[in-house]
Design a binder for this molecule. Structure first.
Ligand code: DC
Length: 227
């Protein structure tokens, strides 16, 4: 039997990390975990319960009432995010959550809560995890670390097309603005900011299609699985 590894995928918003992670997990029969979904679910909970993002006491209390888990969805080929047994997969992708999630993801208590669960999910390896701090904080010893990047305009266009399907009133300006806001927040926050791990391999997919990107990453993964 071949060795199981951990594949950590980090990068800016809307770089195609999830698409790549999902394809790699399918090919290798690994578990795919979209950690952004966890921060989105926590943000949704805080918004629904009007928890002020600067009230640490209220946040610590609220966290104790949050249960997160993933359930594999055969239809989409990826796992849906459940918040306290409710499928919130659609709700967490709405723009109102996207506009708040970076603030919530910057709260240390929230990160500690999410990271502990992510590390537990990787105990048996055979996992592809995407996020912002996977190669630097969650799995600093991951066998393969990818840092995915793409031109900001290309990213905004891709995201706009994707969101239009479910949110037809959305504008390109809104999407571009939200991406640059999140990139700035995610890379400048104090607690585990988005940054490239020293031993990460950079994958710039500006001029690559999904298949080309997948083949490059799969080769890197196979080299490590065989090593
Ligand atoms: O990947 P995404 O756009 O769904 O992530 C949502 C937000 O959560 C984004 O602003 C960055 C943050 N995030 C994070 O800080 N750390 C992670 N491991 C994953 C996401």
């Amino acid at each position: 039997m071949s060795k199981k590894i951990i594949i950590a995928i980090d990068g800016f918003s809307s770089c195609g990390k999830s698409t790549l992670a999902k394809a790699l997990a399918k090919e290798l029969s690994y578990v795919f975990i979209d950690t952004g979904a966890m921060y989105r679910a926590v943000a949704l909970y805080f918004m629904r319960h009007s928890i002020p993002f600067d009230d640490i006491i209220a946040i610590e209390k609220a966290i104790q009432s949050i249960k997160l888990h993933f359930v594999f969805n055969e239809g989409t080929g990826k796992s849906d995010m459940y918040l306290n047994d409710e499928n919130v997969e659609a709700a967490i992708r709405e723009m109102k959550v996207s506009q708040k999630v970076s603030e919530v993801a910057a709260i240390p208590v929230v990160r500690d809560f999410a990271v502990a669960q992510q590390q537990a999910m990787g105990l048996e390896k055979g996992i592809v995890m995407d996020g912002r701090d996977i190669g630097t904080v969650v799995f600093p010893n991951a066998e393969l670390k990818l840092f995915v990047t793409a031109d900001p305009l290309v990213r905004a266009k891709r995201r706009f097309i994707e969101l239009q399907a479910t949110q037809p009133s959305i504008t390109m300006e809104e999407v571009a603005e939200n991406l640059s806001h999140r990139d700035l927040m995610d890379s400048t926050r104090e607690h585990s900011p988005l940054k490239q791990a020293e031993d990460a391999l950079v994958l710039d997919n500006t001029d690559l299609n999904q298949e080309e990107q997948f083949n490059i990453a799969l080769n890197w993964a196979k080299e490590r699985i065989m090593a």
